[in-house]
Structures are given as structure tokens and as C-alpha cells.
Design a binder for this molecule. Structure first.
Ligand code: KIV
Ligand code: ZN
Length: 511
């Protein structure tokens, strides 16, 4: 039977920069947030939740900057149901083309009793008052009933009625603890829609966490039950086990449009680039078997599968890699490739650079091509991410020597160039080559940050693969991430450490 009804359009509300950024190790500095926000706008999301303005001056500043720049989507700021939080969001969103104030208050018995120490009627009153206050400054106000999936559904309906009467344009049903089961969650969404008398005056949204690995399943079930907005993050980053992953939801809706009969405004060909960017700036790798954007998502290993795919890709592929922006063209780049071919490849990978950065990356590409026979896509992405140097460089690596062996202590000589032009050199001894190198850098910068996290991986296969190092350093209670890439793993480690130091020198701490 064919369905001739026009598909419903679902709003994609991206909270990578708020809920995603709250996850340990996923913090981003202002430059990085801006880069991600621009990428999300290009992806076509309806709403970007840019931060929680009252949580810190840095968050307010980043919401403000993002709100000033983006023109083609709504920019939301999260607030507790408190006037001071709403004032901060209002200040941050003054220049937004499409501002949204997002207020939340918990409605579950456990949150009301132990966290809020409030009675249900007080919660209802405060929620409505907060929405009414926010509405004075912003026509688009979203209300979230935190922990809705563990709340009394009738109470959620009462709260939603009150906030919609107070002016809420969107009411959100969060599965805050990732507790719900898909069928149960769908029934909850349907129940709330049917039993909130004025639900037709607001959009119904949902926001799912992944504690039981069900965030995407619950989100899709809720869409099937009539929800109008899905909240999600790129790569599913977020508190604890994360949020529902944007790419999985969007591709789920696209591939199974026959079943769910809905559309989104997402340009799916931008998904891959967005995923790579978020992984680069947060330093959190995407697991290889992750649906849609994992390294193996379109790899066919078994002979039978390979044969099937060669005859007809649809035998084992329900979507094409090109549909998420993985380029079809597997043209090999190497030392004979010219600038034109290189630029074409960048375009195909969805990577954009200004003239100066392009020039710098092309020079690095040529240097890399001298060392490696084939420069692959991940190599190119790594060069681009490194060169779009989101943080100004206080120190640049000039040269290094490290000696290491089984019987001797490791020694290092590192020379950095300060942004003022001065060359600074130190020699140090350490427990291994990396320790020796980092100690020499510490002498140069005259600080001893704690190395909280160190991670090294090969970007591609083969003995000439580039190594990618990610570090997180902590100093006086604040943290900074850094990333470095090189065909030499000691050099990639030194570069990552310097990148983190530069972020620290620029005074943009991460949480
Ligand atoms: O998980 C949650 O409940 C939230 C709300 C603030 C929407 O992030
Ligand atoms: Zn959340």
C-alpha cells in the first residue's frame, strides 16, 4: 500500500556544544566551538544548543559569539528555571537571528525530593513562572521536564499544560538517565501528547541518553509516536554513556523513510565531516564499529560480502558512503599530485580552508608525500585539522633530538620558538623518550602541568603510517587538550604537548 501523505519534517536539535561538551574530556575552547557551530549550521540542524550561559563566563561568551555569527538556525541557551539563569541566556542571545531560551526543571519524584527538595506543586509553579519570565525576552521558549521518563506521566502533563499556557513553544521529554525502553518511551510520548490538553500549541521534543545503549532506539520510537523534535549530538558524545547520536538518528530516518515517513532538513553529505571535526576538537576517537561514521561502517571483510558488494552494493549496504559525505573518488594522492588535485580532494572531504591555511596545508602535504608513498584521506584530514590551528601558537616546535634505549635514561633536547621570535632550548632527562621531551618543554615554559591523558594511534595502516597523539594537561585546576600528528610518534607527542601548552597559554581552559 502506498502512502501519499507528505512526510512530516522533524527538527534536529543539536546539543553537541552543551550536553556533548559536558562529557569528561569533551571540552572545547571558543575557537573550536565556533568551528563546530559553523559545521552544524552547514549540516542543516534546526537548533544549536550552544551552551549553558549561567554556568560560567566562558560559556556565556561562547553562546554569545555563536549567536552573533549563525543566521540559518536557532541558537539556544540552557537555563535552570531561575531568573538569574534566564537573564544570562538573554544576555548571550541578544544578537541571535533566531534565539531560543531553554529552561528545565526536574519532575521525577527522586529529583524533586532529593535534589530540588520541592513539592510537585512548587515545581509546577516554578516551571511556569520561569517560562513566563523567559517569554518576556524571547518568543521561542523550550521547557524540559528533566528525568521525565521516571516521572509520573500525569504530573508531566500538568506541568506541560502550565508551561504551554505560560508561552512555551516546545516541550521536551528527556530520558535523562537512559532508563526507558523504546516501546515504553513511545507510549509515554503518545500519552503526554494526548493528555496534555494544549499540546497542539507546542512542539513535542525528546532528549535521550545512552546508559542502556538505547538512546537512538528510544528517539526513533518517539518520532514514530509523533514527536516533532529530536535532541542529539554528533558522535553521540554527552554525559556518561552519551546522548543519542545525530548521525544515527538522521540516517535512520532517511534510510527508513518508508517506515517512519518523516524528513529532516539535514544535508547528510555533511555528516562525515562534522563527525571528524567533533572527534578532532574533543580528542575523542570514534569507535571503529560505530554505526554510520565508524571506520568500519562501510568496510566489507568477508569474502562472500565482498563478492556481493562488487556485484551489487545493495546486497550488503543499506546506504552509500557517499550519502554521508565519504567521497566515492578514491583517487590516490602522492608526491606527484598538484595543488588542483589536492584542493579537489579537500572539497570532496567537505573540508574548507581560507587561502593562507590552504597554502600551509599544501606545503605540509608535499612534505608528507615525500615521506609516504600514498597520502590517504585520514592523513589529509589530520593535516587540515592541525593547520586550521584553532589556537594561536605561543610556542612552535623548531627542532628536537631524543635519545632512548634499554640501559640508559632517556635524554632530550628541545628547541621551541616563542611567538616573539626568541628561540628557547633545553636539555632534559626522563623515564622514557616522551617523559624526557615533555620535561624539556616544561623547563622552557617554566610550568609543570600534569599530564592527565596520553593516547597514541596510527591514522592509517602500513609502516609509513602517521601517528596521532592526543594529550590532556591540567594546571591549577584547569585542563587543556592538544593533538599532534607526524610520521614519527615522538614528534607527534611533542606536537600534541605543545598544542595543549598553547591552549593553556591562551588561557582557554576546558572543564
Ligand atoms: O538530560 C537532560 O535531562 C538534559 C536536560 C537539561 C534537557 O540534558
Ligand atoms: Zn541531557
Amino acid at each position: 500500500m502506498t502512502n501519499n501523505k507528505q512526510p512530516r519534517v522533524i527538527d534536529i536539535f543539536d546539543t553537541t556544544l552543551r550536553d556533548g561538551e559536558q562529557a569528561p574530556g569533551c571540552s572545547m575552547n571558543l575557537q573550536e566551538k565556533l568551528e563546530v557551530a559553523r559545521r552544524l549550521e552547514r549540516l542543516g540542524v534546526s537548533v544549536i544548543e550552544a551552551g549553558f550561559p549561567a554556568s560560567s563566563p566562558g560559556d556565556l561568551e561562547s553562546v554569545k559569539t555563536i549567536a552573533e555569527i549563525l543566521k540559518n538556525c536557532s541558537v539556544a541557551g540552557l537555563c535552570r528555571s531561575l531568573e538569574k539563569d534566564i537573564d544570562a541566556a538573554r544576555a548571550a542571545l541578544t544578537k541571535a537571528a533566531q534565539p531560543r531560551i531553554h529552561v528545565f526543571l526536574a519532575t521525577s519524584p527522586i529529583h524533586m525530593e532529593y535534589k530540588l527538595k520541592m513539592l510537585p506543586d512548587q515545581v509546577l509553579e516554578q516551571a511556569a513562572a520561569a517560562v513566563k519570565y523567559a517569554k518576556k525576552f524571547c518568543s521561542d521558549v523550550e521547557f524540559s521536564a528533566e528525568d521525565a521518563s521516571r516521572s509520573d506521566p500525569d504530573f508531566v502533563c500538568r506541568v506541560f499544560k502550565a508551561v504551554i499556557d505560560a508561552g512555551a513553544t516546545v516541550v521536551n521529554i528527556p530520558d535523562t538517565t537512559g532508563y526507558a525502553m523504546p516501546e515504553e518511551f513511545a507510549q509515554l510520548v503518545q500519552y503526554i501528547k494526548e493528555h496534555t490538553p494544549n499540546s497542539d500549541k507546542a512542539k513535542i521534543s525528546m532528549h535521550c541518553h545512552n546508559d542502556l545503549g538505547l538512546a537512538v532506539a528510544n528517539s526513533l520510537a518517539a518520532v514514530g509516536a509523533g514527536a516533532d523534535q529530536v535532541e542529539c549530538t554528533i558522535n553521540g558524545i554527552g554525559e556518561r554513556a552519551g546522548n543519542a547520536s545525530l548521525e544515527e538518528i538522521v540516517m535512520g530516518l532517511r534510510v527508513r523513510k518508508d517506515y517512519l515517513h518523516v524528513d529532516t532538513r539535514i544535508d547528510t553529505t555533511q555528516i562525515y565531516a562534522a563527525s571528524r571535526l567533533v572527534s578532532q576538537v574533543t580528542g575523542v576517537n570514534v569507535q571503529p564499529n560505530k554505526a554510520i561514521v565508524g571506520e568500519n561502517a562501510f568496510a566489507h571483510e568477508a569474502g562472500v560480502h565482498q563478492h556481493g558488494v562488487l556485484v551489487n552494493r545493495a546486497t550488503y549496504e543499506i546506504m552509500t558512503p557517499e550519502s554521508i559525505g565519504i567521497p566515492k573518488n578514491r583517487m590516490v594522492l602522492g608526491k606527484h599530485s598538484g595543488r588542483h588535485a589536492f584542493e579537489e580532494r579537500l572539497k570532496e572531504l567537505g573540508l574548507t580552508l581560507d587561502e593562507a591555511a590552504l597554502e600551509a596545508v599544501f606545503t605540509q602535504f608535499k612534505m608528507l608525500a615525500d615521506k609516504k608513498k600514498v597520502v590517504s584521506d585520514p592523513d589529509i584530514e589530520a593535516l587540515v585539522m592541525g593547520a586550521s590551528a584553532l589556537t594561536p601558537e605561543t610556542y612552535k616546535l623548531d627542532r628536537w633530538v631524543v635519545n632512548s634505549g634499554s640501559t640508559l635514561s632517556s635524554t632530550s633536547t628541545i628547541r621551541l620558538q616563542h611567538k616573539d621570535g626568541e628561540f628557547l632550548e633545553y636539555v632534559s632527562v626522563g623515564h622514557g623518550p616522551i617523559d624526557a621531551a615533555f620535561k624539556a618543554i616544561n623547563q622552557i615554559i617554566k610550568k609543570e602541568p600534569e599530564l592527565e591523558h596520553y593516547d597514541l594511534r596510527a591514522i592509517t595502516g602500513g609502516e609509513d603510517a602517521q601517528g596521532e597523539t592526543r594529550v590532556r594537561i591540567a594546571w591549577e585546576g584547569r585542563r587543556w587538550n592538544g593533538r599532534g600528528v607526524s610520521t614519527d610518534v615522538i614528534e607527534s607527542s611533542i606536537k600534541a604537548y605543545i598544542a595543549a601548552i598553547n591552549a593553556m597559554e591562551w588561557e582557554t581552559p576546558v572543564k
